[in-house]
Design a protein around this ligand. Structure first.
Ligand SMILES: Cc1cc2nc3c(=O)[nH]c(=O)nc-3n(C[C@H](O)[C@H](O)[C@H](O)COP(=O)(O)OP(=O)(O)OC[C@H]3O[C@@H](n4cnc5c(N)ncnc54)[C@H](O)[C@@H]3O)c2cc1C
Length: 330
């Protein structure tokens, strides 16, 4: 059987591996302790926060079909939230997210999606792949200490663009294009309260401010945590303040959100900040993945299409389908 090394166990990598696993011997390498990548959940007892992707709203039939078993097993459930858009510090529109047009979340946390997909795969967590070397007809992988992580026929990279740049051989035609991709950063503020705040929404999109999105994390299905709130910074603001003092960033975003929401968020019992250097990117034109059959290397990731959960799925799916065709025709 063809041996494949897949680097990165976010949704794009997990999708590709799920579709390939019955046709090849596939090993995933993931630098974090868990799988799921930016579909992440941070626990700070008694609170829990989806500090990466907040929700996803599937559009394509392929993604809906892929999600069906996860929905059947309640790993993914609709978040029936009151959604508002805020402009000039006033609610300018509101709607109810219903199960008819579901906005899904992982249950009990967003990381449940990765955990579910990962359980039927061979995943080596806590392993940062540092270098790839071409070995005759295949590839060998090395960790940061120079240890060899095995020999493989094919290597697939399912990483954010900047992290793919660090690994891809410069001779690869894709390497120059990957270098040009600029992903946007984000800051996530996580706030836990002993008493619920009386907000007129569970999810909010805010225009024209440094805070861009607010979500009441404890309102998501399957959560039993006390009231907790999450703020996402506007990505342009985050990029401009990426290296600033973290305590100042937390104070600034809390103060701004307090003014917008008319609530004093500084009295939260739990306050934490997470910095995402590579969070998302705008819609892209072009192919949804890269494959080089002669070099036996493939690349996927949300950044081929857009910084969205569904884009990560779509990229991983297309790479897997193309590689399956190539494996079938030898
Ligand atoms: C703050 C934030 C909010 C978001 N909100 C939403 C939202 O509401 N809705 C939505 O649809 N999308 C949202 N997104 C985007 C969504 O999370 C991503 O599009 C999607 O999860 C990306 O999946 P991926 O597999 O392409 O990459 P990732 O999830 O980044 O997976 C890449 C994996 O590779 C691993 N890795 C990197 N380098 C190495 C290495 N050298 N060796 C081994 N492993 C490595 C990483 O640890 C990671 O697990 C958000 C993202 C962020 C950060």
């Amino acid at each position: 059987m063809t041996k494949i090394a897949l680097i990165g166990a976010g949704l794009s990598g997990l999708t590709a591996a799920t579709l390939l696993k019955d046709h090849a011997e596939i090993t995933l390498f993931e630098k974090s302790r868990g799988v799921g990548g930016r579909m992440a959940t941070r626990r700070a007892d008694p609170y829990a926060f989806d500090h990466g992707a907040s929700f996803f709203h599937p559009k394509t039939d392929a993604f809906k079909k892929f999600l069906a078993p996860l929905i059947a097993e309640d790993v993914v459930q609709p978040w029936e939230a009151r959604f508002v858009e805020i402009e000039n510090r006033h609610i300018k529109s509101q709607q109810l997210w219903t199960a008819a047009h579901p906005h899904y979340v992982g249950v009990p946390g967003m990381n449940a999606v990765g955990k579910y997909l990962g359980q039927s795969l061979t995943v080596k967590t806590g392993l940062h792949v540092h270098a790839l070397a071409k070995t005759g007809d295949g590839w060998s992988l090395q960790d940061e200490q120079g240890h060899i992580l095995g020999a493989y026929d094919w290597v697939l990279c399912a990483l954010p663009a900047e992290q793919a740049t660090a690994l891809l051989p410069p001779s690869l035609p894709l390497s120059a294009d990957v270098k040009a991709v600029k992903m946007q950063g984000c800051f996530t503020v996580m706030l836990g309260f002993s008493q619920a705040l009386p907000l007129p929404f569970e999810a909010a999109l805010i225009h024209g401010e440094d805070v861009a999105r607010v979500s009441v994390e404890s309102s998501k299905p399957g959560r039993s945590d006390p009231f907790c709130l999450l703020l996402h910074a506007n990505s342009a603001w985050a990029d401009a303040h990426m290296e600033d003092d973290r305590a100042q960033i937390l104070t600034h975003l809390c103060a701004e959100a307090s003014a917008i929401l008319g609530q004093d968020l500084s009295k939260a019992d739990h306050q934490a900040l997470h910095r995402w250097r590579y969070a998302s990117l705008e819609k892209q034109e072009g192919a949804p993945y890269f494959i080089d059959a002669a070099a036996k290397i493939g690349v996927c990731g949300d950044w081929f299409l857009q910084g969205r959960v569904e884009a990560a799925f779509t990229s991983g799916m297309h790479l897997a389908h193309d590689l399956l065709e190539k494996l079938r025709h030898g």
